[in-house]
Design a protein around this ligand. Structure first.
Ligand SMILES: NC(=O)c1ccc[n+]([C@@H]2O[C@H](COP(=O)([O-])OP(=O)(O)OC[C@H]3O[C@@H](n4cnc5c(N)ncnc54)[C@H](OP(=O)(O)O)[C@@H]3O)[C@@H](O)[C@H]2O)c1
Length: 368
């Protein structure tokens, strides 16, 4: 695999270059984004890594140049913690690109460990999601194929429809109402047939959805051949979604909670004024103090004690250890009752960005 790194900070660019070269990749480093297109032409076909050192606009310009010289390039924006602007900009870019919200070293180490057989594939559970611009039964296989190729995998353990919102093929993120496809034209059943085909072909072992309301899930369950096994949704003490929890328990759908710690590093553009900071919540902190553990651990333990799986995200090794240990904390009924009283039906990420003028979506029909 050839890799072009576009990174205007020489030290971090060289560090990444040496890391990848040591792993056997053919690597070129470009320090000036304006040279990216010319070098991409030489390297063609190439895979470009745009590191986060680039200012957002020059990163976008470099991505456009690379794609103009080699449309087959896959742009990988490597965005470590603290670069939501880059992630967001990439989403808006509308290029054929990918955003990995990950540390480059971790990404490379994981890919390399798998390829060298240090980690057996069956020891890992790998979930990915179908993005909105690949809805429709005929588009799922191609999108899944690209994901598998990018990750160097033969199959996914779990593949989810990311949002119940179809977008036009070129639109990574909508810039106007014209980028949406009406759900009447591409109903979710059609996309689901593509997901079922992925199971039959062995490319996805399990399939599910994400950000689906009770109504949408019921509709899908009533019309599917292979049922969605998982609904991955925002869930935490301020958004307990008891109706969804009860419905999923009754119909055998497992819930996975995202933003369990309040997603403090979500993009600024999605942060509402005065949004509560979950990790600072006084009730959570008082239970944590009583039990001699951290607020994050209480938030994770609450999910596990409710039978919900959760995916707290951290790039900090000590926090990863802390978060894993939280699964063993057993909360008392009194603790659970105190946390139950915190529910406000409050969405940290309410999906307002899907409801622009001309969009078929409103907050009411999204969360119906
Ligand atoms: N399906 C969807 O539509 C959807 C939407 C959003 C997110 N997700 C997924 O959900 C997962 C988690 O979501 P998230 O990142 O939004 O939110 P989160 O896990 O609620 O919060 C992550 C933040 O918490 C910090 N953190 C982690 N452990 C901590 C600890 N023990 N003490 C204090 N702070 C701690 C992290 O900092 P550090 O990293 O700096 O340690 C990071 O800033 C991710 O895998 C994400 O991809 C899915």
């Amino acid at each position: 695999m050839k890799i072009l790194i576009v990174e205007d900070d020489e030290d971090s660019g060289e560090a990444l270059m040496h890391l990848l070269a040591d792993l056997g990749y053919e690597v070129r480093l470009v320090l000036k984004p304006s040279l990216a297109g010319a070098v991409a032409t030489e390297l063609r076909p190439g895979v470009a890594i745009l590191d986060i050192g680039l200012p957002v606009l020059s990163g976008i310009a470099a991505a456009r140049q690379i794609l103009a010289s080699d449309p087959q390039s896959r742009i990988i924006f490597v965005s470590a913690n603290g670069s939501p602007a880059m992630v967001e900009a990439a989403m808006h870019l509308g290029v054929r690109g990918y955003v990995l919200k990950s540390d480059a070293h971790q990404l490379v180490a994981a890919m390399d460990a798998i390829s060298q057989g240090q980690v057996r594939r069956n020891e890992l559970w790998i979930t990915s999601k179908l993005w909105n611009n690949s809805h429709g039964r005929e588009n799922v296989a191609a999108a899944l194929g690209i994901t598998l190729q990018d990750l160097g995998l033969d199959y996914l353990d779990l593949y989810l429809i990311h949002w119940p919102i179809p977008l036009k093929p070129g639109a990574v993120f909508p810039s106007s109402g014209a980028d949406f496809i009406s759900p009447k034209d591409v109903p979710v059943h059609s996309t689901w047939e593509g997901m079922e085909a992925a199971v039959r072909s062995g490319l996805a072992r399990h399939i599910g959805v994400s950000n689906f309301s009770v109504k949408k899930l019921r509709n899908l369950l009533d019309h599917c051949t292979i049922k969605p096994e998982v609904d991955q949704v925002e869930m935490h003490p301020l958004l307990q979604q008891s109706d969804l929890v009860d419905f999923c328990a009754a119909r055998g759908v497992h819930i996975t909670a995202w933003a369990p710690l309040g997603s403090a590093d979500r993009p600024d553009s999605t942060k509402k004024l005065g949004a509560p900071v979950l990790l600072d919540n006084p009730v959570i902190n008082s239970i944590a103090k009583d039990r001699g553990c951290s607020a994050a651990q209480i938030l994770i333990a609450w999910q596990v004690n409710r039978g919900i799986s959760t995916i707290p995200k951290s790039v900090t090794p000590a926090r990863l250890r802390e978060n894993i240990a939280a699964a063993d904390i057993v909360l008392s009924q009194a603790d659970m009752a105190r946390i139950a009283a915190l529910d406000q039906g409050y969405r940290l990420i309410d999906g307002l960005f899907w409801t622009m003028e001309g969009s078929p979506w409103t907050l009411q029909n999204l969360w119906d």
